[in-house]
Design a protein around this ligand. Sequence first.
Ligand code: HEC
Length: 383
Amino acid sequence: MPSSARDNDEPKSYTAAWIAALLLIVAFVIGLLIYPPLYDAPKHEPSSFTLFIGRFHPIILHLPVGALGLLCLFELICSTRRGEEKYGEASLLILVVGAAGAVMVVMAGIMLSREGGYVGGNFTLHQTMGILGTVGVLLALVVRIVAMGRESMELLNAYRALYFISFGIMGLGAHFGGNISHGNKFLTEHAPAFIKGPMVGMEKWMLSFVEKPKAEPEPKPEPKAEPKAEPKAEPRTEPPTTPNTPPTPAPTPTAAPASGEKLVFQHVILPVLTAKCNKCHGEEKQKGDLRLDTLEWAMKGGKEGADKNIIPGKPDDSITIQSIVSPIDADEHMPPEGKDQLTPEEIALLKWWVQQGASGTQKVSDATFPAELKATVDGILKG
Ligand code: HEC
């Protein structure tokens, strides 16, 4: 009885499914060409359209999560011939919806990343695995349509393997996205020990692949810079100029064109926060519920200063600025007494940045730093 539908139109063509699949693949490829995934600071000022659409990333991601999650259940049912006959076409529809959602979410995510400040291991894994998972789901869609056209159980099984692997990659990638917004501990903090151990271990293991190269280059430049500076200064051509270095800070700012693509927030402000604040207000710890490791978090503020932590143009009303300019023995003073304090120049720099709009996208080359802070800025840019 249930086979009557099949007898009527023996070779099914799945034309609509093919059209949907091809449209999705073309849209994805064109989207990635227009918005290539970046792992470093965006080079161009993003358009307001890009920023507008980007903010939908955390909203529309629920579509593929729901559709592709439901599809897991459907595919378990479909793994028998009778199940496939009954629910195969429904599964195909859910797969198309989920794949479309994944394509939209990846594109919106890349657009969101153009706001700047999205760097680091969690972001690298999130973006890479999100894209890989989506490629896998699109491939799986093609295989499913072919398999259904040929009524091949073998191909359907191959499809299912590909689908579950892609879904797994996507799910893991999504988790690192969650880490970006909620902090690394969010999911594991209250987990029972036998879950927490393996989960944290696996997460660290995965992050170690993408974070290692980041940790190494930092110590390297220093040992290099020192030995170079010493031998050069005396035996070579530099003696006439370098011994009198104090007056030279003026030429250095202009002589630093290498910083052309660098961003004020990411390359000047964030390093100060990373060094002096983010041991307590970063990924690992969020004292006072405050994170200062991305612009978005800094804007969001902590438990006292929600939405007034940084008020663009109004440093005096911004809780973070208030905390750093308050006397060292005041309760609200940051960093807390006894910890590595900000220098007066660093305080002035943070104030200046908030005063002129707390931009996340302004380029160093476009910024006019106060003259007395130029040396500090150059020092930060050189690391
Ligand atoms: C050694 C740890 C530590 C460091 C370093 C540190 N803070 Fe804090 N910060 C805290 C703690 C603890 C609190 C919470 C105080 C409370 O809730 O009473 C806090 C709270 C804050 C708050 C209030 C958040 C809110 O909305 O309630 C701000 C703003 C802040 N810190 C800014 C900074 C800045 C800026 C820096 C770097 C210049 C910094 N902190 C460095 C420990 C630290």
